[in-house]
Design a protein around this ligand. Structure first.
Ligand code: SER
Length: 318
């Protein structure tokens, strides 16, 4: 059967990479992007786009029927720091959008991808090499929606056989779109600071380690998960998904190798408490074992790619 894919919440940071990757793989006309926001500049004009509120049940159903959609990537949602500013909206949007997509998946036999996050873990979780199954007591509203969403995915799979697949994304590092209001996003902002002003004030302390991943790896893993035969998907909550782990002082040192007069200073804000409640590194043995996940980018290679691509994008020659 021909893949017809709807990407909801496509104008965010993940959509900015996922839509072009899917269009390349399955043909531009088969990838329908949608968002309540404007069409992302990153993929504007490269294929179909519809304005859609991820909570609009009737509108989503009409679009799925009209475009004969077979798979939905549901990316809409409010992330960590933004969620703390508006917890009610975070719960309503993150849970409502997932719930309606899962209901539609039951009715129309759709395949679903939904991203979870390292934010599902909390301060009582073991912080180093966090295993797949462990104590999970998230303290941010974003993390609560991720953990509840994981359980909902598993419920819809067990109860109605929905083919829903999910990854606990670490901090994703991308140059194509602007980062959203998150915590790990400092590791994207730092590159803009380095190139534009040769300085950056970190909202996290020098030694705050968090799990991170270059976006090319994340997209490769996402497509690999979605293409794996169903019997390989042993986990219908969300897979631990890991690549690298670094702290602000380490990423700054790596940037300095390319921009020697780059300066970092530290002024922890509300994001510090969020970061302190999350793991420092993740054990993703099950993803590697079940469907062959393998990352490619380490910190030096990621830094090189970020600087090279952002220099071109921002037309900066340092
Ligand atoms: N990047 C996200 C955040 O920091 C983690 O899922 O909010």
């Amino acid at each position: 059967m021909k893949e017809r894919i709807l990407v909801m919440g496509a104008s965010g940071m993940v959509g900015g990479e996922l839509v072009p990757a899917l269009r390349k793989k399955y043909g531009a006309e088969n990838i329908i992007a949608s968002d309540i926001r404007e069409e992302s500049e990153v993929f504007k004009g490269t294929g179909p786009f519809h304005t859609l509120d991820a909570l609009d049940v009737a509108g989503t159903k009409t679009l799925v029927e009209k475009e004969e959609v077979s798979t939905i990537y549901m990316l809409a949602g409010l992330i960590s720091a933004g969620g703390e500013k508006n917890p009610k909206l975070c719960w309503d949007l993150n849970m409502g959008s997932l719930r309606q997509v899962l209901d539609l998946a039951v009715e129309k036999k759709l395949k679903v991808f939904w991203p979870s996050s390292i934010a599902a873990f909390g301060p009582t979780t073991p912080r180093k090499g966090t295993p797949q199954k462990t104590v999970i007591e998230p303290t941010t509203i974003y993390g609560i929606t991720k953990y509840a969403g994981e359980l909902l995915c598993q419920y819809y799979n067990r109860r109605w056989g929905v083919d829903v697949r999910s990854l606990r994304y670490p901090g994703l590092i991308s140059w194509k779109s602007e980062p959203g209001p998150g915590t790990t996003e400092y590791a994207v902002e730092i590159f803009y600071g380095a190139l534009k002003e040769k300085k950056y004030t970190s909202p996290l302390s020098a030694d705050t380690y968090l799990p991170m991943m270059y976006m090319d790896d994340a997209m490769a893993g996402t497509l690999q998960l979605m293409e794996a035969p169903g019997e390989k998907i042993k986990n219908r909550m969300s897979y631990n998904f890991s690549a690298i782990s670094f702290s602000p002082v380490e990423i700054a040192a790596e940037i300095k190798k390319h921009i020697p007069d780059f300066k970092i200073d530290y002024a922890s804000d509300h994001r510090q408490a969020i970061a302190d409640s999350w793991p420092e590194s993740i054990d993703d043995l099950e993803a590697r074992r079940d469907w062959g996940w393998k990352h490619e980018y380490d910190l030096p290679k990621m830094t090189e790619m970020m600087l090279k691509n952002l220099r071109e994008k921002l037309k900066i020659s340092i």
